[in-house]
Design a protein. Structure first.
Length: 146
């Protein structure tokens, strides 16, 4: 079955560690993104492979499982429930560039009728999410030391 795909990229004038703290910590998502609430299924699940995270966007609560985590560099997750997608796999990749961080947030999932509906939403939502992440990282960046 063919896959649907969305992705967004941008560069933040902030160190990868600053971006990572925002992108990897589900508790912080409502501080910078379009989510009204978020968190972890179990206390102590933060930032590790197998962590179950949830995010509320509008009337939908999406549950995700972290599949891979390379702190400061890469986070891979899958949707467990909440949006009607099959075989959803997303990857957030952070790469140092100059004095900042290149951010790439991409996802793919099976091409089903409900998946195509989700695609219409996510192809505009992903650039918004990356833009908000960049803005928050730049606000949280430490000033450069002389």
């Amino acid at each position: 079955m063919n896959q649907l795909h969305v992705e967004a990229e941008g560069v933040a004038r902030a160190a990868p560690e600053v971006v990572w703290e925002l992108a990897a910590n589900a508790d912080r998502y409502p501080q910078w993104g379009p989510w009204s609430a978020s968190g972890y299924h179990s206390p102590g699940d933060q930032d590790g492979v197998g962590a179950i995270r949830w995010f509320r966007y509008g009337r939908t609560t999406t549950v995700e499982r972290v599949l891979e985590s390379e702190p400061g560099r890469r986070l891979v997750y899958t949707v467990v429930k909440g949006i009607p997608v099959r075989n959803y796999r997303a990857e957030v990749t952070l790469s140092p560039v100059g004095e900042g961080t290149h951010i790439r947030w991409a996802a793919s999932w099976d091409r089903t009728l409900p998946g195509r509906v989700v695609h219409r939403t996510l192809r505009t939502l992903y650039p918004d999410i990356v833009g908000r992440l960049i803005a928050a990282a730049e606000r949280n960046a430490l000033p450069a030391q002389p």
